[in-house]
Design a protein around this ligand. Structure first.
Ligand SMILES: C[S@@+](CC[C@H](N)C(=O)[O-])C[C@H]1O[C@@H](n2cnc3c(N)ncnc32)[C@H](O)[C@@H]1O
Length: 282
């Protein structure tokens, strides 16, 4: 098959998706949400602290964490003396596994519920604390900072992303490493499914996705025990070039890029993940 035909075919699909998204956005404008969003809180404070996030994303489990970490450990073989911080650790699946291998790990997350659960695993070389990426105050310096499974760019500006990177720089030792595991915004944007229903643990979650001003927005609607819920996820569609710029701006040097948890090379068209490893300039 002529590769140029394949490319133009992909462009047509991507274009059709964009038109569909536009139509969907217009339709959304006329729809009422079943529950008013809590305007006092940021979306990520509410959603990740709710049990429903963990139900919807139940497949993001320990097995996936171990697979990814084993591949990284085989490749880079860090010694057991390094101190690791897992930023936006959730319930700590990556921290817990690294600690089980002998590493000293601190997990930090904004969600009190997740940290409470993670803390049931804590020991003298595994600590968890509630904290905000925008104001890190951990009283320690680390050799490696992890930010895993799309836990970055929840804010509405590149300035806040840079602020977060500066906060991370502040807790990393000179020449320490930062690993960010993000999604491939190019692929997600083109393959966006505007509307789907995913049933998890008997709850049909209705997912409505759209792209607005470079932000991927996912509305999550469902009912449980007679109550209607409406949550939202909003993540900036950052591309490799955006990260490269942010790293340059904040004194990090990009040293490796991968496209999946098996550490295959990043391909902007086909990779699911955008996994970046950056070194903190001394
Ligand atoms: C997609 S989850 C990933 C959790 C974990 N890294 C994992 O792989 O299971 C994103 C996490 O980021 C946390 N988070 C969101 N905003 C944060 C912030 N400003 N500071 C710290 N954590 C935050 C959420 O509470 C949530 O646990």
């Amino acid at each position: 098959m002529n590769p140029f035909n394949v490319l133009s075919y992909k462009n047509v699909i991507c274009g059709l998706n964009a038109v569909w998204n536009l139509l969907w956005q217009s339709a959304m404008f006329f729809l009422n949400s079943p529950k008013e969003m809590d305007t006092q809180k940021e979306w990520f404070e509410d959603w990740f602290d709710s049990p429903y996030y963990h139900i919807l994303y139940g497949n993001r489990d320990m097995q996936e964490a171990e697979f990814f970490l084993n591949n990284l450990l085989n490749r880079y073989a860090p010694n057991k003396e390094v101190r690791i911080v897992d930023l936006a650790c959730g319930k700590g699946r990556h921290s817990i596994y690294l600690n089980s291998l002998g590493f000293d790990v601190m997990g930090v997350d904004l969600s009190p519920q997740s940290i409470q659960e993670a803390n049931t695993f804590s020991n003298e070389r595994l600590h968890f604390q509630v904290g905000d990426l925008r104001a890190l105050n951990l009283g320690a310096q680390f050799d490696i900072a992890l930010n895993l499974f799309t836990s970055f760019a929840y804010f509405d500006s590149l300035e806040t992303d840079a602020l977060v990177l500066n906060q991370i720089k502040g807790i990393l030792k000179p020449n320490g490493y930062l690993l960010i595991d993000f999604f491939n915004a190019n692929k997600v944007g083109c393959a966006l499914v505007p509307h789907e229903v995913k049933e998890k643990e008997g709850i049909p979650f209705e997912l409505r996705k759209r792209v607005e001003n470079g932000i991927i927005i996912k509305d999550i609607l469902f009912s449980d025990k007679g109550k209607n819920y409406h949550y939202q996820e909003k993540v900036q569609a950052l591309q490799l070039a955006d990260f490269t710029q942010l790293f340059a701006q904040t004194g990090f040097e990009l040293v490796d890029v991968f496209g999946s948890y098996d550490l295959s090379p990043f391909d902007v068209q086909t990779s699911d993940r955008l996994i970046l490893i950056a070194k903190n300039h001394a």
